[in-house]
Design a protein around this ligand. Structure first.
Ligand code: F6P
Length: 533
């Protein structure tokens, strides 16, 4: 029996010659290939998904067991099978309904920890908790991957709401990162948060040691200006951080899904607990929509299906995330981890090889910057890059509304240009107007052709408030879940990061000259010799 994937591929092959622009033959296309929810508009009409393709895609989702798997996730089942863990970051933003794990409601503890974080944030922001030189002016979050990207991205995104201490983020083990951040700070008024789910991550612990040494000698008790966020409370204690400044969470919160809980502490310090709760409410709003809306109107499901269509059916390996919102500058990097660490897998849940490609390569930069950098390839290169535009109706700078208008017009212009392109005829006419003729006109015209028929989607939102940011992040998280279900993979482990960590540990004594490089491949030996100098 043909699989739903085969049916979709066959449909794609049969409709290959129909352009996206031709699909706009009826006035209803835009509305029919869009979905709205609580202020958000997801428009996927500028793709080559037609009615039959959409029906087949919805059928694919229905047949994947999505409803049962979604219920299992929200219900606390151990759907992260290779680590034997539940996947319940959703509990961190659902503050009303009981969530039972192993027969126990985890919500009282979730609420208690949120209240403790909020209490600490209030104390710091109000000057009741101080550094040894007075009120806390700066917060340095030491963390990497999921313990960095979420709060770092959100602190930039929600800058208009920042009225607390300045927040800085150090992730890289490269000493340049920590050195550059600490250089401008006063150790007597700086709070350091060591954010690590496992509290074993070499980058974070090394940076914590460096920050401690930086404070030592300048304040009497450096540990008194350290807080920790982790699941490993034994390790935070051993590191000398007092329990009242340790904020724990459970192993059912995956690293890249953790910004809703204590890992968001730096964000909470920056924008305050009320705004942080509004961010949680945005996430909860999408969870409710995801659980209740019919598949054909369900935003995370539609985002996932468009992604599957482009990647697994049309064969486009990458996805560009292009926010027309400078404050979402770190969103592409955040989504890169979310999507690629979750769905960049090669085997199915049962260990068998995947019969198709797994998740896409995700990358991007804010518009309009990207337009002056890599859009050339997107418009005229030989590869097709499905683009995901994000754009807000309103900015935060009322005096600069004319700039916001320019921003929005550029965003809309890009998706229009990608779809319609410019024909050889049109390019010839432009060259003729410039006075060119003959072979030179033809040659120059060919360089100015845009093939068009390039797919894009647009997620439009009212304004980048904490609530809307919460909606956007939860929307992408649940999209990753749906894609994972359809592909039959475990989106919640990350074994692919382990080998490099092991080999890096083994290389340290070799680089220190304490061990020989014998047995390493020739290239590694040559590089070791060069880098040891
Ligand atoms: O190495 C990958 C990873 O495990 C990510 O999944 C995680 O977000 C990051 O490292 C940081 O881990 P931790 O919070 O345990 O320091």
């Amino acid at each position: 029996m043909a699989s739903p994937f085969d049916a979709l591929r066959a449909h794609h092959a049969a409709t290959r010659d129909t352009t996206i622009a031709q699909l706009f033959d009826t006035a209803e296309r835009a509305g029919a290939f869009s979905a709205r929810h609580n202020g958000l508009l997801f428009d996927f009409s500028k793709t080559n998904i037609d009615r039959q393709a959409l029906d087949l895609l919805i059928g694919l989702a229905e047949g994947s067991g999505l409803s049962e798997k979604r219920a299992a996730m929200f219900g606390g089942a151990r759907i992260n099978e290779t680590e034997g863990r539940a996947v319940l970051h959703t509990a961190l933003r659902n503050l009303d309904t009981p969530v039972i794990v192993d027969g126990q409601d985890v919500m009282p503890e979730v609420r208690a920890i949120l209240d403790r974080c909020a209490g600490f944030a209030d104390d710091v922001r109000a000057g009741r908790f101080t550094g040894q030189g007075g009120r806390i002016t700066d917060v340095v979050n030491l963390g990497i991957g999921g313990s960095d990207l979420g709060p770092a991205m959100a602190c930039i995104a929600l800058a208009p709401y920042a009225d607390g201490p300045r927040c800085h983020f150090v992730s890289n083990v490269d000493g340049a990162h920590v050195a550059d951040v600490l250089k401008g700070l006063n150790p007597e008024t700086t709070l350091v948060i060591v954010a690590s789910k496992t509290f074993t991550t070499i980058e974070t612990i090394t940076n914590a040691d460096t920050a401690k040494a930086w404070m030592a000698g300048k304040v009497a008790d450096p540990a008194a200006q350290f807080a920790a966020v982790s699941t490993a409370l034994d390790k935070t204690g051993a590191y000398g951080i007092a329990p009242e400044r340790v904020f724990g969470f459970e192993d059912w919160v995956g690293g890249r899904y953790s910004m809703w809980g204590p890992i968001g502490l730096a964000l909470m310090l920056a924008i305050g607990p009320d705004n942080f709760r509004a961010f949680l409410a945005g996430g909860a709003d999408i969870d409710t929509h995801f659980r209740e809306a019919p598949l054909a109107e369900n935003l995370p499901v539609l985002l996932a299906l468009v992604g599957i269509w482009h990647n697994q059916i049309c064969g486009h390996a990458t996805r560009a995330v292009l926010p027309y919102e400078q404050r979402l500058a770190r969103l592409p990097a955040y989504l890169q981890q979310l999507e690629m660490e979750s769905n960049g897998k090669r085997v199915a849940m049962d260990g068998s090889d995947l019969p198709f490609d797994s998740g896409p390569v995700v990358w991007g930069e804010p518009g309009t910057n990207g337009q002056h950098a890599f859009y050339q390839l997107i418009h005229q290169g030989t590869r097709i890059v499905p683009c995901e535009f994000l754009v807000g109706r309103e900015g935060f700078e009322p005096d600069l509304a004319h700039q916001h208008l320019l921003l929005v017009s550029n965003c809309l212009a890009q998706s229009e240009a990608l779809m319609r392109g410019r024909s050889l005829e049109e390019a010839r006419a432009i060259m003729a107007k410039k006075g060119l003729t003959g072979a030179e006109l033809e040659r120059q015209a060919r360089h100015r052709v845009f093939p068009g028929n390039r797919p894009s989607t647009t997620l439009a939102y009212p304004k980048l408030t904490p609530f809307v940011l919460g909606q956007i992040i939860a929307l992408y998280e649940q999209r990753v879940f749906v894609e994972g279900v359809i592909l039959g993979i475990n989106s919640y482990d990350q074994w692919g990061v382990e080998l490099g960590k092991e080999l890096a540990l083994a290389l340290q004594p070799i680089l220190e000259g304490k061990q020989s490089a014998e047995g390493k491949d020739g290239s590694t030996q040559q590089l070791v010799a060069y880098l040891r100098g």
